[in-house]
Write a protein that binds this ligand. Structure first.
Ligand code: IPE
Ligand code: IPE
Ligand code: MG
Length: 260
């Protein structure tokens, strides 16, 4: 069954998709391929991260304009500490720059910002900027951007399990109270609906420890395009692909019914 009729212009397709209520409420992106983008141009890897960061700004702005409610991006994993310290320093400098700019522009852009990940070892100035961004986010009503830094899906689940164990040991909850909602309430993403669409750039067919709990039923879109080159047009193509899918969640499809 065709879920919607394709038009020539992707913007017109997106308008149709919006009218039909088929836009993804939550898009998650594994922004991969910065290093390969730089290396293929004979540039240092950090030049790729800088271009990747600029592209993130463009794609986030477009998502907000399209009416996406939540955007969650993978910026630095718990495993990325294996990289050269110089590269890690460069990434954290970009992160600092991004946080400053976000705080300056948050009210004008009317977006919210949350950081998912283990921030406990972050430098003081970055923690202060994260705190400021959280305060400003209370005054805004638009799209929520979740940036995953020092984030690992397994780490997040271990963190939630520890919190449940502490609550149980202290008598605040009983073992019977442990259900999916109790786990979800202790994830970094508490209160955020699961991603509808997960995009990975850079072509690798893996999830690399991203949102392991939350992507149980997300629709996947993997492209060979490297993150700094991922365009607004390709974002529209991913959304169009999403809108044409039949999400069954373990049940029946749109066109199949049980026969008795
Ligand atoms: C993604 O780009 C950004 C981070 C992991 C920090 P990469 O740096 O992994 O780029 P590739 O995959 O090596 O090309
Ligand atoms: C995933 O990319 C992490 C981010 C995009 C931040 P990686 O480059 O770390 O993933 P692997 O190592 O190829 O699985
Ligand atoms: Mg990579």
């Amino acid at each position: 069954m065709k879920l919607f009729q394709r038009k020539k212009n992707p913007a017109a397709d997106i308008e149709d998709i919006r009218r039909q209520g088929r836009l993804p409420a939550h898009i998650a992106i594994i922004m991969d391929g910065n290093g390969r983008w730089a290396e293929s141009r004979g540039l240092p890897r950090n030049a790729g991260h800088a271009r990747g960061s600029e592209n993130f700004d463009r794609i986030a702005t477009l998502c907000s304009e399209l009416g996406i409610r939540y955007l969650t991006v993978y910026a630095f994993s718990t495993e990325n500490w294996k990289r050269d310290p110089e590269e890690v320093r460069g990434i954290f400098d970009l992160f600092r720059k991004y946080l400053k700019k976000s705080c300056d522009e948050m009210l004008a852009r009317n977006v919210k910002l949350r950081i998912f990940g283990d921030t406990s070892a972050f430098p003081e100035d970055i923690l202060a900027l994260i705190g400021r961004a959280a305060e400003l986010s209370e005054q805004t009503t638009g799209m929520q951007v979740n940036v995953c830094i020092n984030y690992g899906g397994r780490d997040e689940i271990v963190h939630a399990a520890k919190s449940l164990a502490c609550d149980a040991a202290a008598g605040r909850i009983s073992p019977e109270d442990v259900d999916a909602a109790a786990v979800e309430a202790r994830l970094y993403s508490a209160g955020v609906p699961d991603p509808d669409l997960l995009i990975r750039t850079g072509g690798d067919m893996r999830v690399s420890n991203f949102l392991l709990w939350q992507i149980a039923y997300s629709e996947l879109y993997v492209t060979d395009t490297l993150w700094p080159a991922f365009s607004g047009e390709e974002l529209c193509r991913a959304i169009i692909s999403f809108a044409g899918r039949d999400r069954r969640f373990g049940g029946y499809g749109k066109s199949s019914k049980p026969r008795r």
